[in-house]
Design a protein around this ligand. Structure first.
Ligand code: ADP
Length: 209
């Protein structure tokens, strides 16, 4: 199964994707995580992408598309994958169509007020990328990942000023993909403001319909 989890920053794409991994036995692929890993390593892609991420802008297609292509060519993707945060531009969607068949696109919908609360309170595990929230989904022990014991950190781009820019980038460059996938009859809207278990169930219903 090849799935796209679509939605604005903070809609819960990462959280929901993590919940679907086990059920379907396929990996979640987050281009955001791949980019942050490149930045940590300071490899060629990381060096070029860093200023864009720091500024809340999308990384250039010429960096992101090859990064994603290389990742999905790995053996663990043979049975499928959950794309989280890709595609984010029309060119990414067009190119994706050339190298991958997509079964379903889930559009996670959330209001801007909810998104901002989620992003400002979000904490991420530095080791396994699990996602927590200081109020809505706190870890058992403050600052420590429940799943692997790794240290939690707040992403540099989860500050109010950069969040605003990311939302503008979403509206201008990514939102148009909704009609693109609607026309292909691949899109299912899911209310992303419900409890996590209910959101996950709605996604499963959509995927197994
Ligand atoms: P969020 O969905 O909360 O914005 P991500 O981890 O998916 O978080 O993305 C973080 C940043 O990584 C984005 O703001 C953008 O700069 C960059 N990025 C991630 N995926 C893409 C993509 N497909 N195309 C361009 N830039 C991307």
């Amino acid at each position: 199964m090849r799935i796209i989890i679509f939605g604005p920053p903070g809609a819960g794409k990462g959280t929901i994707s993590h919940s679907l991994i086990k059920r379907y036995g396929i990996p979640q692929i987050s281009t955001g995580d791949l980019l942050r890993l490149s930045i940590k390593k300071m490899d060629d892609i990381g060096r070029k992408a860093k200023p864009f991420l720091d500024d809340g802008m999308l990384a250039p297609d010429d960096l992101v598309i090859p990064l994603l292509k290389k990742r999905i060519a790995k053996p663990d993707c043979a049975k499928g994958y959950i794309l989280d945060g890709f595609p984010r531009t029309m060119r990414q969607a067009d190119e994706l169509e050339e190298f991958s068949h997509i079964d379903r696109v889930i559009n996670l919908q959330s209001s801007e007020a909810v998104i901002i609360t989620r992003l400002t309170g979000r904490r991420t595990c530095s080791q396994c990328n699990a996602i927590f929230h200081i109020k809505n989904m706190p870890p058992k022990k403050e600052g420590i990942c429940d799943k692997c014991g790794g240290k939690l950190f707040q992403r540099d781009d989860d500050n109010p000023e950069t969040i605003k820019k990311r939302l503008v980038a979403y509206r201008e460059q990514t939102e148009p993909l909704i009609s693109y996938y609607k026309e292909k009859d691949l899109l299912t809207a899911v209310d992303g403001e419900q409890e996590i278990t209910k959101i996950v169930q709605d996604c499963i219903d959509a995927l197994e319909a």
